[in-house]
Design a protein around this ligand. Structure first.
Ligand code: HEC
Length: 716
C-alpha cells in the first residue's frame, strides 16, 4: 500500500467510525430552542411536531423529488400490534424515530432499520376509553434536551429519558373525577412543556397548562372558558369573557378544550393555540339568552412565559355545531394585498379558511374551502360569520354542511413556500342536527354524567337517519373527502382531488416539489406539489390518517408514516365500503420508504365480512324500537350508526353466538372493560341492554337478507 492509500484508508476508517457513532446515537446532542428555531440547518432531523415551530410541515430535503419518486420503495416496517387509530407525527433526531400509538404507548425505533430500541407503555386504564369521543389515539411526543414528553389518554404528562425510555417524572394534568382525555402532542417552548386536553363532548371546562420540562412543576395554566363566577375568576380575561355567557354554563363544563393545535413564533415570542367547541354543542342549552361564549372556537395568541393573552380571534362565535378551532395552525410570511405580512393560517372545522395577521390578530381573509351551509360568508369588517337560516337547528332538525367532523379535522395541513399553496385534507360531511325535544318542551335538559353529551335529541336523530335511508333507497348520501390545494393569497382552491373515503391522512410537502398523503382507502401517495399530478402510489391495505414525515440518515432520505385507521371519522362515521378497514384487518404499522427500498410490504389479511345467523331474542316491536334509540345514544359513538362498524371497533351485527350469550355481562357489567369496551350500567338499564341486543339481532337479520349490504354510517 502506498502512503496515499494508507492515508485514504485511515480517513475512510475514521469516517466509518464517525458514522457508526452517529448511528449508535452515543453522542446525540440535546434538542434546544436554538436547534428547533434553526431546524432548516438540520433538515435530516424532524425535531418538533410540525418540524418547525411555525408548523408548515415543509421539508427542505429534495433527494427524493418529482423526477425519481417513482423509485420509492419500502425501507422497513414496524408492526405496532394494534388495531385502532394511529395518528402520531414521528419525531426523528440523529437516527432515532419516536412515535406514539394506541393507548398512548411510545415507540423508539432505529430510523434506518425500524428495529425497536425501546417501548414505553404508560398503562392507561382501558376503562378510560369511555371518555374518548374519537378513539384511543395519540398524536405524538415532544423532545427537549434529552427528554421525551407524552400526554396519556387518562390525562397524565410523562417525561421519559429519550435514550432508554425510563420514566423521569409524571404529573397529573386533570381533575380525575372529570372525563378529561389527552390525545394531542405536547409542544416545548422555552423550557416549558405545553399540553391541553379533550372532553368537550363529555361536559368539561377547557384549559391548557405549561410545565417545567426539567421538573414537571406547573408553571401556568390558561382556562379557555370562565367557571362559576361564585368561585372567582382565575384571570381578568375570564371576568370579561364571562360577560359573553348566560345561565349556568359551568354546569355543562362550557367546553373550549385545547386538544390539538399550537404553534410558536420565536421572533414575536408568541404562542398560538386553537380552542375547541362548546359543551354541550347546543348553544341554547349551554348559554340560554345568547352570547358569543368566549373563548370557544378561538385562536389565542399568548406570552409563553406566563400564559398572558395578547389577542384572540373567535372563528365561530356562539358555536352551535361542534365547530372547533383546534385544527392545525400554520405560520408563514406572505405577500398579502401587495404587502409582506406575518400570517397565521387555519382551516377550522367550520369550513372557512382564515388568514390572520399574527402580530395584531387582524383578520385578512376568511373564505369557504368547502360549501359550508351554516353561514353565507364572513364579514371582513366585523370579523364575524353571517349565519344562514339553514344553519339554525334551534327549533327543528336540520341537515348542515359541515357535520361535526368538520370541513377539516385534526389531520395536519402543509404549506409549501415554493408553490405558495396550503394543502388541506378537506371533507364535505353532512350533519344531522336535532334539537332536544325535552329542552324545547320543558326548558330543561337532562345531562348524562361522564358520557357523550352534545345536547342533541337521539330519538329524533335516529328517526332522521332512517328517514334519509328511505328517501335515498337504503344508502345515505355520501360524505366526501378531498385533498385541496388552497392558494391563501388568491383566496381560492387551485386544484383538488377527491378520495374514495372522506376521512384521510395529514400532509407533508418537500422541496422536491412533492406532496405526500395516506388515504382512508389504504394507499400512500406522492403528488406533484404544484399541479397535484399523482407521481407514485403504494397500496398499504391499512387506512392512513397520520401525517408523514421525512428525514435523512448518512445522506439517504426517508419518508415515514403511521398506518392504522381510526379517529371519529372511522369509529362513529364513514362508509366501510370506501375504507380499507372495512375490507382488511386494521393492523397498525410504521412504514418508512426510500429510493430503491425493496422490503416487502406487510401482509394484511382480509376481514371476514360474514354476518353469522344471530340467536333468537324475544322482543316486542316497541322493545326493538327502544333498542334502536338506546343504541344510537350510547353505542353509536364507538360502534357506528346503524350498527355498521368502520372496522376499528367490533361490528355488532357480526357478534358470535358466544358474545351474544354474554351480551349483558359485556355491556352492563363490563366484563371486557380491560379490552376497551366500557361498563355501561350507569347509562343503560338492563331492559335497554336487552332491547339493544334485540335491535342488533334485527340489524343482523336485515343485512343478511339484503346480501350483506352495508349501509353507510355517519355521525350526527
Ligand atoms: C367508548 C367506546 C365504546 C362504547 C361507548 C361502546 N363500546 Fe362496545 N366496544 C368497544 C371496544 C373498543 C370494543 C372491543 C374490545 C376488544 O378489543 O375486545 C367493544 C366491544 C363490544 C362488544 C364485544 C364485541 C366482540 O365481538 O367481542 C360488545 C357486545 C359491545 N361492545 C357492545 C356495546 C354496546 C351494546 C354499547 C352501547 C350500550 C357499546 N358497546 C358501547 C368500545 C365501545
Amino acid at each position: 500500500m502506498t502512503r496515499m492509500q494508507t492515508r485514504r484508508l485511515i480517513v475512510r476508517l475514521a469516517q466509518l467510525l464517525a458514522a457508526a457513532v452517529v448511528t449508535q446515537f452515543a453522542q446525540a446532542a440535546p434538542v434546544t430552542a436554538a436547534r428547533i428555531i434553526a431546524a432548516d440547518k438540520e433538515p435530516q432531523n424532524w425535531l418538533a411536531h410540525g418540524r418547525t415551530y411555525g408548523e408548515q410541515r415543509y421539508s427542505p430535503l429534495a433527494q427524493i423529488n418529482e423526477a425519481n419518486v417513482g423509485q420509492l420503495g419500502l425501507a422497513w416496517s414496524y408492526a405496532t400490534g394494534t388495531t385502532r387509530g394511529l395518528q402520531a407525527t414521528p419525531i426523528v433526531v440523529d437516527g432515532r424515530l419516536y412515535a406514539t400509538g394506541v393507548w398512548s404507548v411510545v415507540y423508539a425505533l432505529d430510523a434506518r432499520t425500524g428495529k425497536q430500541l425501546w417501548r414505553y407503555d404508560p398503562d392507561v386504564p382501558r376503562a378510560w376509553g369511555r371518555y374518548a369521543c374519537c378513539d384511543a389515539v395519540n398524536r405524538g411526543v415532544a423532545l427537549w434536551g434529552d427528554a421525551l414528553f407524552v400526554g396519556t389518554l387518562d390525562g397524565r404528562l410523562v417525561s421519559l429519558d429519550a435514550k432508554t425510555g425510563q420514566k423521569r417524572w409524571e404529573v397529573n394534568t386533570i381533575d380525575r373525577t372529570k372525563p378529561y382525555t389527552i390525545t394531542g402532542a405536547p409542544r416545548v417552548v422555552k423550557g416549558k412543556v405545553l399540553i391541553g386536553n379533550g372532553g368537550g363532548e363529555y361536559g368539561v371546562r377547557g384549559y391548557f397548562s405549561a410545565y417545567d420540562a426539567r421538573t414537571g412543576k406547573l408553571a401556568w395554566r390558561f382556562y379557555t372558558v370562565p367557571g362559576n363566577p361564585k368561585d372567582g375568576f382565575e384571570t381578568p380575561e375570564l371576568e370579561k369573557a364571562a360577560k359573553t355567557w348566560n345561565g349556568e354554563w359551568w354546569l355543562g363544563g362550557g367546553g373550549g378544550t385545547v386538544w390539538d393545535s399550537m404553534a410558536y413564533d420565536p421572533e414575536l415570542d408568541t404562542l398560538y393555540v386553537g380552542t375547541g367547541n362548546g359543551s354541550p354543542w347546543a348553544r341554547a342549552i349551554r348559554s340560554p339568552g345568547g352570547g358569543d361564549n368566549l373563548f370557544l372556537s378561538s385562536i389565542l395568541a399568548l406570552d409563553p412565559d406566563n400564559g398572558e393573552l395578547k389577542w384572540h380571534y373567535q372563528v365561530t362565535p356562539a358555536d352551535n355545531w361542534d365547530y372547533t378551532a383546534t385544527q392545525h395552525i400554520v405560520l408563514a410570511d406572505l405577500h398579502f394585498d401587495g404587502k409582506p405580512r406575518k400570517v397565521l393560517m387555519q382551516a377550522p372545522k367550520n369550513g372557512f379558511f382564515y388568514v390572520l395577521d399574527r402580530v395584531s390578530g387582524e383578520l385578512l381573509a376568511a373564505d369557504k374551502y368547502i360549501p359550508a351551509t351554516w353561514a353565507s360568508h364572513v364579514d371582513l369588517q366585523t370579523g364575524r360569520p353571517v349565519e344562514t337560516a339553514d344553519g339554525d337547528w334551534s327549533h327543528e332538525t336540520r341537515l348542515i354542511i359541515p357535520a361535526p367532523f368538520g370541513g377539516h379535522n385534526w389531520h395536519p395541513m402543509a404549506y409549501n413556500p415554493n408553490t405558495g399553496l396550503v394543502y388541506i385534507p378537506a371533507m364535505q360531511p353532512m350533519g344531522i342536527y336535532t334539537p332536544s325535544r325535552e329542552y324545547l318542551t320543558t326548558g330543561k335538559f337532562t345531562r348524562r354524567e361522564m358520557f357523550w353529551n352534545p345536547g342533541v335529541d337521539w330519538n329524533e336523530y335516529t328517526k332522521s337517519i332512517y328517514g334519509l335511508l328511505q328517501q335515498f333507497q337504503g344508502s345515505l348520501p355520501p360524505d366526501r373527502g378531498y385533498l385541496k390545494a388552497w392558494d391563501p393569497v388568491a383566496r381560492r382552491t387551485r386544484w383538488e382531488i377527491e378520495h374514495p373515503a372522506f376521512w384521510n391522512g395529514g400532509l407533508l410537502t418537500t422541496a422536491g416539489n412533492l406532496l405526500f398523503q395516506g388515504t382512508g382507502d389504504g394507499r400512500f401517495v406522492a403528488y406533484a406539489a404544484d399541479t397535484g399530478r399523482t407521481l407514485w402510489s403504494v397500496p398499504t391495505m391499512v387506512g392512513i390518517v397520520a401525517p408523514p414525515v421525512t428525514y435523512a440518515i448518512d445522506g439517504e432520505q426517508y419518508v415515514a408514516v403511521l398506518a392504522g385507521y381510526g379517529g371519529a371519522g372511522a369509529v362513529t362515521g364513514g362508509d366501510p365500503r370506501t375504507m380499507a378497514s372495512g375490507k382488511y384487518l386494521n393492523d397498525g404499522h410504521i412504514l418508512a420508504f426510500k429510493l430503491g427500498g425493496n422490503a416487502a410490504m406487510p401482509r394484511i389479511a382480509e376481514r371476514n365480512q360474514d354476518i353469522p345467523e344471530p340467536p333468537a331474542i324475544e322482543a316486542a316491536a316497541a322493545q326493538v324500537e327502544n333498542g334502536k334509540y338506546a343504541y344510537t345514544a350510547n353505542c353509536m359513538v364507538c360502534h357506528g350508526a346503524l350498527a355498521v362498524s368502520g372496522g376499528v371497533t367490533p361490528d355488532l351485527r357480526r357478534l358470535s353466538s358466544e358474545r351474544h350469550s354474554i351480551f349483558k355481562q359485556i355491556v352492563y357489567d363490563g366484563v371486557i372493560h380491560t379490552a376497551g369496551m366500557p361498563r355501561m350500567a350507569d347509562l343503560v338499564s338492563e331492559q335497554d341492554v336487552h332491547d339493544i341486543q334485540a335491535y342488533l339481532v334485527q340489524r343482523a337479520r336485515e343485512d343478511r337478507a339484503a346480501g350483506q349490504k352495508v349501509a353507510p354510517a355517519r355521525k350526527p
